[in-house]
Design a protein around this ligand. Structure first.
Ligand SMILES: Nc1ncnc2c1ncn2[C@@H]1O[C@H](COP(=O)(O)OP(=O)(O)O)[C@@H](O)[C@H]1O
Ligand SMILES: N[C@@H](CCC(=O)OP(=O)(O)O)C(=O)O
Length: 501
C-alpha cells in the first residue's frame, strides 16, 4: 500500500489504513436499523484520512443485518440458504447506503466481495491485490465484504475480522482498525464483568492472556476471539492492529496521528528494539500495560512482528487451507531454518490426503522427547502427493526413483515453497510449548497427535542415525550444535476459555 507521493513530500509518511466495521457498528442490535450517526462519522473520518494522503480501505460487515431489517425478519436465521439470501438482499442496500453517504463528500467507493477461494487461488489473490491497489491509486475507497451469497463453509472466512486481516496483509497496510462496540480488549468481557481491565498495548501476542470466550452482540459472528485471531494474522504480516470503539470514529484520526508521530524521525525510540511502535513516552510497552494518563483515546494496540511474513510466504501460511501434515524431525527443521529444502529423509510421518502442489502443515517431532506434542511451525506446498511421501519418507533422495519409478524433484518441498509462522524463523525461538486444550491455537495452528513413535531408546538411536545422515548430506549446521541444545518452540497464545470451543 504505497503512500501518495505528493503527500509524502509534505509531512510524515502517509499510511495504508484498513478500517473493519462489525455488524454491531452498522445496525442496531435489536431493531436492525442502520446506525446512521456512526456510518456518517466513519465516512467523515475516512474522507479526512484520504485528504491527509492516507490510503483507506473499509471492510464492512452488515449485509445480513441490513437484510434482516429489509425483510422484517426479527432474528438472525440459522439456515445457511436463508442467511445467504438475506446477505444478497442486504449487501446491495448496504452499498447504496455507503455510496450515498460518501457521495455527499464526493468520495468514490468500490465494492469488493471475496471468498476464501479467491484468496486460495494465487492468480485471483494477485488480481484482487492489483485491483485494490489500482482503486487506491485512483483515490477510491474500496469497501470489502465476504461474498456471503457464494461462500459455503469450506470456502468461508466465516468472520470479517479474519477477512480484514488478510486484506490488510495483502495490500501491505500499515494499520488495521477493528472497530467494535467496546473501547478495547479487556482482560474479560466487559459486558458481564464491570471490573474488567483494559489491555492497551500488546507487544507480544504470544504472551497475551485474556478471556474472550464469551460471545459479543447477537448479530456479530466473531466476538472478541476472532479479533485476536485477526490481530495475530495482521501483526505477523507487519500490520499494527488496533481495537477501538466505533461510536467515536474520530478516534481513528487521533490514533493515526499518534502512531505517525511515534514513527517520525527524531521521536524517542526504545533502545535495542527494532520495532517501530511502542516507543513513545506516554505508553509503556508491556503486554498488559495500562495508561495512567491516556494521551489518546482508549484502544488496544497490537504491535507488528519484528519479523513480518509477507507476500507469497503469507499466502502459503494463511491463504491456503492445509490438506494434510508432514511430520519432520528436529534435524530437518534445523536444516530448513538454515535455508535448505525439505528432503524426504527428514520426513518422519505423513497424515491426510493431498496432491502435488497442495498446502500442508509442517510439524516438528522432537524425538528426544517422545511425550511432547508435535508443534506446527509452518506450512509448505508439496512436490509429492501424500501417497508418494508415504513411500519416500525417511529415505535418501537417491532412493526416490527406485521407490516411485520416477523422481519429479529431490525435494518434498522447495525452500521457496516453505513458510514459517512469525516467531518460528530460528534465533528468536525461546519458550517451551504451552499446549492449548483444543489443540487449535488462534492462528489456526494445530498440534496434531503423531502416530506410532518408537520407544525412547529406539527414537534416540534413530535420531542419532538421522542426524548423522543429515550431517553427511551437509544439512546440519556444523559446529553450531552446543551441548544440550535443542529446538524449542514459541509459546502459543493463551486465551483463557478457548479450550473446547
Ligand atoms: N475480553 C473481552 N474484551 C472485550 N470485549 C469482549 C471480551 N470478550 C468478549 N467480548 C465481547 O465481544 C464483543 C465484540 O464482538 P462482536 O459483537 O462480534 O463485535 P463486531 O460485530 O464488532 O465484530 C463485545 O461487545 C464484548 O461483549
Ligand atoms: N459478511 C457478514 C458479516 C460477518 C461478520 O464477520 O460479522 P461481524 O462479526 O459483525 O464482523 C455480513 O456482511 O453480514
Amino acid at each position: 500500500m504505497e503512500a501518495d507521493s505528493e503527500s509524502s513530500m509534505r509531512g510524515p509518511r502517509p499510511l495504508g489504513v484498513v478500517i473493519k466495521l462489525g455488524t454491531s457498528s452498522i445496525v442496531d442490535e435489536k431493531s436492525h436499523e442502520p446506525l446512521l450517526s456512526i456510518l456518517t462519522l466513519i465516512v467523515e473520518t475516512a474522507v479526512k484520512l484520504r485528504k491527509d494522503g492516507h490510503r483507506v480501505i473499509i471492510v464492512s460487515s452488515g449485509a445480513i443485518g441490513v437484510g434482516l431489517r429489509r425483510m422484517d425478519v426479527e432474528k438472525r436465521p440459522k439456515h445457511l440458504s436463508k442467511l445467504q439470501a438475506l446477505a444478497a438482499i442486504g449487501q446491495c442496500r448496504l452499498m447504496s447506503l455507503w455510496d450515498s453517504l460518501f457521495n455527499h463528500l464526493r468520495q468514490p467507493i468500490a465494492q469488493i466481495l471475496l471468498t476464501r477461494n479467491d484468496i486460495a487461488d494465487r492468480s485471483r489473490y494477485l488480481n484482487a491485490q492489483r485491483t485494490i491497489n489500482e482503486l487506491l491509486d485512483m483515490g477510491v475507497i474500496p469497501i470489502v465484504n465476504e461474498n456471503d451469497t457464494l461462500a459455503v463453509s469450506e470456502i468461508k472466512f466465516g468472520d470479517n475480522d479474519t477477512l480484514s486481516a488478510v486484506t490488510a496483509a495483502m495490500v501491505h497496510a500499515d494499520l488495521l482498525f477493528l472497530m467494535t462496540d467496546v473501547d478495547c480488549l479487556y482482560d474479560k468481557n466487559p459486558r458481564t464483568n464491570p471490573d474488567a481491565q483494559p489491555i492497551e498495548v500488546v507487544e507480544d501476542i504470544s504472551s497475551l492472556v485474556a478471556d474472550v470466550s464469551t460471545a459479543g452482540s447477537s448479530l456479530g459472528t466473531g466476538g472478541m476471539s476472532t479479533k485476536i485471531v485477526a490481530a495475530r494474522l495482521a501483526t505477523s504480516a507487519g500490520v499494527t492492529t488496533v481495537i477501538t470503539k466505533s461510536s467515536n470514529p474520530g478516534n481513528i484520526v487521533n490514533i493515526v496521528k499518534y502512531i505517525q508521530s511515534s514513527r517520525s524521525p527524531g521521536s524517542p525510540s526504545k533502545s535495542g528494539s527494532d520495532s517501530e511502535e511502542g516507543d513513545t513516552p506516554e505508553i509503556m510497552s508491556s503486554s498488559t500495560s495500562s495508561l495512567k494518563k491516556p494521551a489518546i483515546p482508549l484502544h488496544t494496540r497490537f504491535l507488528p512482528s519484528p519479523h513480518p511474513v509477507r507476500d507469497r510466504y503469507f499466502w502459503i501460511l494463511h491463504g491456503l487451507r492445509p490438506h494434510g501434515t508432514l511430520f519432520i524431525d528436529t534435524g530437518c527443521y534445523k536444516a530448513l531454518l538454515n535455508k535448505a529444502g525439505l528432503l524426504p529423509v527428514g520426513v518422519v510421518d505423513v497424515e491426510g490426503t493431498f496432491h502435488q502442489q497442495e498446502a500442508v502443515r509442517i510439524c516438528v517431532v522432537d524425538k528426544k522427547h517422545p511425550g511432547q506434542q508435535p508443534q506446527e511451525v509452518g506450512r509448505c506446498l508439496t512436490n509429492y502427493s501424500s501417497a508418494e511421501v508415504s513411500r519416500i519418507k525417511g529415505k535418501h533422495t537417491s532412493e526416490i526413483p527406485g521407490l516411485l519409478g520416477y523422481m519429479d524433484s529431490e525435494y518434498v518441498a522447495q525452500r521457496e515453497s516453505i513458510s514459517f509462522f512469525s516467531g518460528f524463523h530460528g534465533g528468536g525461538v525461546s519458550r517451551p510449548v504451552t499446549p492449548v486444550g483444543s489443540g487449535v491455537n488462534l492462528a489456526g495452528m494445530v498440534t496434531p497427535k503423531r502416530r506410532g513413535a518408537g520407544t525412547p531408546a529406539q527414537e534416540e538411536r534413530r535420531l542419532e542415525a538421522e542426524d548423522k545422515e543429515l550431517e553427511d548430506e551437509g544439512l546440519v549446521m556444523r559446529g553450531k550444535k552446543e551441548e544440550g541444545q535443542q529446538v524449542r518452540f514459541v509459546e502459543e497464545v493463551k486465551i483463557v476459555g478457548e479450550e473446547g470451543k
